[in-house]
Design a binder for this molecule. Sequence first.
Ligand SMILES: Nc1ncnc2c1ncn2[C@@H]1O[C@H](COP(=O)(O)OP(=O)(O)OP(=O)(O)O)[C@@H](O)[C@H]1O
Length: 338
Amino acid sequence: MTDTGTPPLVRLQDLNVKFVTRESTVSAVNDVNLTLKAGEVLCIIGESGSGKSVSMRALMRLLPERRARITGTVEVDGKDVLSLKGKELSDLRGGLVSMIFQEPMTALDPVYTVGHQIAETVRRHEGCTYDQGMERALELLELVKVPSAERRLRAFPHELSGGLRQRAMIAMALSCRPKLLLADEPTTALDATVQIQVLILLRKIQAEMGMGVIFVTHDLGVAAEIADRVAVMYAGRIVETGTVQEVLGNPKHPYTQGMLSSTVHGNMRGKDIEAIPGSPPDLRAMPPGCAFAPRCKYAEAACTTALPPEVIFDAGRMARCIKVAPDSVRQKELVPAE
Ligand SMILES: Nc1ncnc2c1ncn2[C@@H]1O[C@H](COP(=O)(O)OP(=O)(O)OP(=O)(O)O)[C@@H](O)[C@H]1O
């Protein structure tokens, strides 16, 4: 439950995803706990391979069913996503939840005009006529600020610039009036000016529609721009959560601190940028203790033998690090390694 007594829009509880092949098992997502309230923007940040996309895909059940072993609880709008079948699952994907990606051509079909694709989606979803669908397509292109929207309805995706294609994909994603939008690095491929325009637009539409958004990025600047709350992932685990101000302004986990000091931001002229040494662990052979310990300048012996507990500071403010835990927690709650 949220503090207003309503169930959260998204609840992930002890989510684990393993990819099993004959040769190896990849622990891509480990014991992830997250909630998202309706109308809130959560950014999941972390470097490549940290499990951000796999967590999003688990939410929409878009992982290869035979290879991906998913355990735990995934609830969206009170629905138990992992047990949905057939029509219930397509209602989730085509209505309640929408997803936008870095590459718009994964969502847009190159052989149909932009207007046709949006109109068809609206027609199927709302049971209206094709012409009504086309009217809504026009409204949606105007909503995402595509200039000369009427003319762009008749354009094929390849006739649009990268920024306009991104806007067309957002229009398409909004066409089913989703309660939840999953955004997987949707602005990463755009140049900085276009990126900021798309982020501001998304934030505005999200607030107007009261839509929940989970936004995946490796870019702290993007998180600062769009997020209400932030979850930092490292090697498949959430290592820190909090409001965007708390996490970026007062990071508690050494990994978050390292990411911030290795990022160029504000007026850094004359200041050193400090890269985090080393690289993330092999997800096929995870170390027994904290996965960040081999790269952490504060690591002590205990960090390499037992998994650090989630240290909760306030509702929603957590860091998984024994260095920030009070002594009582350090003595009692160190979780033995599996
Ligand atoms: N279908 C799959 N089969 C096997 N392993 C996979 C599969 N999909 C993802 N993985 C592995 O799961 C791990 C997490 O991947 P994920 O795509 O979630 O990372 P990410 O944080 O989103 O990174 P990026 O920013 O590069 O997209 C990676 O090691 C990846 O190789």
